[in-house]
Design a protein around this ligand. Structure first.
Ligand SMILES: *Cc1c(COP(=O)(O)O)cnc(C)c1O
Length: 376
């Protein structure tokens, strides 16, 4: 869901892409991005494009042919990073695990020490599996071999702690349409001073003109030299979305996401479903992956949800096809009302598909909310 205030922001008058007013909007965004990313990096900017544009920017600016590029791969978006790095001629090495599993500190150290890569990439919030990997252990291993760390924070930003500095992420990127509750169209990105140094030392031209961070920075904060025509309305929208995040307060916002996630989990477990990500510590609050019970069709379940209730949840894909549901509870959509409505609808759909529901899902979530209220 997009916040009503963000829709309002979208209708503000368009100015030119080199209007001094536009650059004040950019500067507001740059300032607001600091706390949301959890970083003191002065370099914070916005790529015109969706989350994948952020990913491509992170890879092309810091990769050159022949460089060793290590990926922690246990999901679809880690595969996409690998694919982009391969297209840059990098020598991609991967530590692979089944989708939904996590990497231990020892595994991270062993893998990085063995390969001594130039770059290490991981996905903090893997939307294909529901796994959260803060990244601290990975970046500690990367620093021992002086590798830069790229972290995909597309589904964490605005819904869960990114903590780019604390987690040692040198290049963190995201999108506007997930935890920030904006339309799709921009990719916020931040780069550490250490990584900026690498960029300055780079001998060869960045192979992409559009995603060249130096050119982009010169446009937004330097000489304001024309680079491309920024999508002005989306900047109004993103600024408003970030203001909403700061007004709510990061701690309050994370707590809201955590509480609604836990209520949802309590509900699906009461119904008799299991979560695909076994350890509760490793679960995303923004993207929930309950398992589809044996013998039940996820396609039928999802059709019932959308046709009878107008609720859209996604299915698993790749190795998780037919095995999980992917339920987004992020930004403005992470509400108690949504959780309760969904659990009620899911219960009806499961019963209609012949699944022996154990107990009331909505009631279990309501009990959880009542316990939270009593504890406060
Ligand atoms: C959505 C997503 C992307 C890609 O973002 P788009 O906006 O679809 O281009 C990248 N990484 C992760 C983890 C995502 O969830």
């Amino acid at each position: 869901m997009v916040e009503p205030r963000v829709y309002e922001a979208l209708r503000q008058p368009i100015v030119s892409h080199v209007d001094p007013f536009f650059f004040t909007v950019f500067e507001d965004i740059r300032l607001l991005l600091g706390p949301v990313f959890g970083t003191e990096n002065p370099f914070r900017t916005v790529i015109s494009g969706t989350g994948t544009a952020g990913m491509e920017t992170a890879v092309v600016n810091f990769t050159a042919p022949g460089m060793k590029f290590a990926v922690f791969a246990a999901g679809y978006f880690a595969d996409r990073i690998s694919n982009i790095a391969e297209r840059q001629g990098a020598q991609v090495v991967r530590l692979e695990k089944p989708w939904g599993e996590t990497f231990t500190e020892e595994e991270a150290h062993e893998f990085v020490k063995r390969h001594k890569p130039h770059i290490v990439a991981f996905v903090q919030a893997e939307t294909s599996t529901g796994v959260y990997t803060p990244g601290k252990a990975i970046s500690a291993a990367a620093r021992e071999v002086d590798a830069l760390v790229i972290g995909d924070c597309v589904t964490s930003l605005g819904g869960m702690p990114v903590n780019a500095d604390e987690n040692g992420i040198d290049v963190a990127y995201s999108c506007t349409q997930k935890g920030l509750s904006c339309p799709p169209g921009l990719a916020p990105i931040t780069v550490s001073p250490r990584a900026m140094e690498r960029l300055r030392e780079r001998k060869t031209a960045v192979p992409s003109f559009y995603f060249d961070l130096k050119l982009i920075d010169d446009y937004y904060t330097g000489a304001h030299r024309y680079h491309h025509t920024a999508p002005i309305s989306m900047f109004y929208a993103l600024r408003e979305a970030l203001r909403i995040v700061i007004e709510e307060g990061l701690a309050n916002r994370f707590e809201r996401h955590r509480r609604n996630h836990l209520a949802f989990v309590a509900g699906v477990e009461a119904l008799g479903l299991q979560m695909h990500v076994r350890d509760p510590q490793n679960r995303l609050w923004t993207l929930n992956t309950p398992c589809v019970p044996e013998g039940i069709s996820d396609v039928n379940l999802r059709r019932r949800l959308i046709e009878s209730h107008g609720i859209e949840v996604l299915g698993g894909f790749g190795p998780l096809s037919g095995k999980v549901l992917r339920v987004g509870l992020m930004g403005a959509s992470s509400t108690r009302e949504n959780v309760l409505l969904l659990l009620e609808a899911l219960e009806q759909a499961l019963r209609a598909e012949g699944f022996p529901v154990k107990a009331g899902g909505r009631e279990a979530a309501e009990r959880f909310y009542a316990e939270c209220a009593a504890a406060r």
